[in-house]
Design a protein around this ligand. Structure first.
Ligand code: ATP
Ligand code: MG
Length: 461
């Protein structure tokens, strides 16, 4: 109680408001050189429609930053002075979402444009926790206020696709040109308000190849522990953005440089500190980066299965060392790891189900005799399991010949498959439990149509 009071008083004295610049710089097309052709028709249409009703409406945030860099943005957000109800009334297919921040999703077929109302900077009733983290905050405000409450200068730009003008309140265009990430306002206060901004700084720096401005970078190491107070679901979303940014390796490297990796993925700390664990995770992440950059799909369950595999391995070996049978030991090891991770990370059930299946399939790849490999081919997730095995081989955690054998088996015709099985090592793989007689008529979970194989898994290699 006293601690909280002292923190609030200290906060009152130390908190400096971001500088409110009422008049933005107006930058014309000749100077900013944004190619309007990179802005989808629907995003332009949303701005036009609102403007025709007399509202202000701009493309905002990351999309403008990316447009300035000549990168095609992955999504478009619009900011306006119209209220969510006023926005909704203008479009045939629009819904108001969110409780803490109410936004409108305007839908055009598969495409959704997110429209948010300018938000106020300082709400006198704004609730914060004892570290200064903002808990509830939903007042509408002016455009200068909306700009000042955004995180980095390069994320606080507004682009009007009708007049092709960029409004710049915080010298964001200059920072884009200099490739510099600079926090709006006083960095320490802004990190305390929302510690996720530290992770965002790292992600943008890694993804855009920007330098983090010294004043923006400096407080991070000392405030890194505040990440612990971030709700698990939010942390998971942010980690997912980071890991699927196409620059995961750079992000993780940078997180470590900034002292931010501890506590972000609790078990990742341990893994990155063991050489084999680190090799495997980094290899998995660089493969993920390649896939993202090639525009391929990323299976989230697969990704997290790679991140936590070495922890599963460790628990598995421990249990086997205590005399537990191989498969039940793996099953129990998975329970241990998922329980600990989901508490902090809120990995959703649909992902943990995938992770478990991929892991449980691994010992089955060792059984290359009789009908075993054919049975395994029928498993719905065999493709993901196989991709995972190949990764383990590449990281030298599983024997290379096992991966090679499966690669041949997966691609072979029926006859060749029979030959491969006949020539496969008759001996069980080291550490495999003696074979028990299979009970007739019992099928493992998730087994299904072999034709579905190619549609599953993470890869298409
Ligand atoms: P990305 O390319 O990852 O989508 P982005 O900058 O668009 O990058 P979003 O998370 O989509 O990031 O957020 C959109 C905009 O909302 C940001 O550009 C920024 O202006 C603002 N914003 C998002 N998160 C925060 C935050 N935690 N604090 C302040 N402003 C934020
Ligand atoms: Mg965005």
């Amino acid at each position: 109680m006293i601690k909280k009071f002292v923190a609030q008083v200290t906060d009152l004295f130390t908190r400096r408001k971001p500088r409110l610049r009422k008049e933005p710089k107006r930058i014309g097309a000749a100077e900013h050189a944004i190619d309007r052709g990179l802005v989808p028709r629907n995003a332009q249409r949303v701005c036009e429609t609102l403007q025709k009703q007399g509202f202000a409406a701009y493309i905002v945030g990351g999309a403008v930053r990316d447009l300035l860099l000549g990168i095609a943005p992955k999504d478009f957000d619009v900011a306006t002075d119209a209220t969510p109800e006023q926005v909704k009334a203008q479009f045939r297919r629009a819904i108001i979402i969110g409780r803490r921040f109410r936004l409108v999703h305007v839908m055009f077929g598969q495409e959704t444009i997110e429209v948010s109302t300018f938000r106020a900077l300082d709400n006198p009733d704004r609730q914060t926790d004892e570290h200064g983290r903002v808990l509830a905050d939903n007042l509408f405000g002016s455009q200068p206020e909306d700009a000042a409450r955004r995180d980095f200068t390069v994320n606080a730009l507004y682009y009007d696709p009708v007049t092709e003008t960029v409004l710049d309140y915080h010298d964001g265009v200059k920072d884009v040109r200099r490739r510099r990430l600079r926090m709006i306002g006083e960095p320490e206060t802004r990190y305390r308000e929302d510690p996720v901004r530290m992770l965002r700084a790292v992600r943008f720096a890694a993804k855009l190849g920007f330098e983090i401005d010294e004043a923006t970078r400096k407080p991070i190491a000392a405030l890194a522990h505040l990440i612990e107070n971030v709700p698990a679901a939010r942390l998971f979303d942010e980690m997912l953005k980071l890991l699927t940014s196409g620059h995961a390796v750079a992000c993780i490297t940078r997180l470590r440089v900034e002292g931010l990796h501890h506590g972000v993925l609790p078990l990742l700390d341990v893994i990155l500190e063991q050489p084999e664990g680190e090799r495997f995770v980094m290899l998995a992440l660089s493969r993920t980066d390649e896939r993202v950059r090639a525009g391929k799909h990323i299976a989230v369950g697969f990704l997290f299965a790679t991140l936590l595999w070495h922890e599963v391995l460790k628990q598995w070996k421990l249990r086997e060392g205590r005399g537990e049978h191989r498969i039940p030991a793996l099953d129990a090891a998975i329970d241990d790891v998922l329980e600990r991770q989901t508490e902090k990370l809120a990995i959703q059930r649909r992902y943990t189900a995938d992770m478990r299946e991929i892991w449980m399939l691994q010992p089955r790849f060792e059984r290359r005799t009789g009908r075993n490999p054919f049975k395994l081919l029928e498993h719905l997730r065999v493709r993901a399991g196989y991709d995972f095995l190949v990764l383990r081989c590449a990281a030298e955690e599983a024997p290379a010949d096992l991966g090679d054998w499966w690669t041949r088996f997966m691609h072979a015709g029926e006859e060749e498959r029979e030959l491969l099985v006949q020539s496969s090592p008759a001996l069980r793989a080291p550490g495999t439990a003696p074979r028990r007689r299979r009970r007739r008529g019992r099928r493992g979970s998730g087994e299904g149509d072999a034709a579905a194989i190619e549609a599953q898994g993470n890869g298409d290699n």
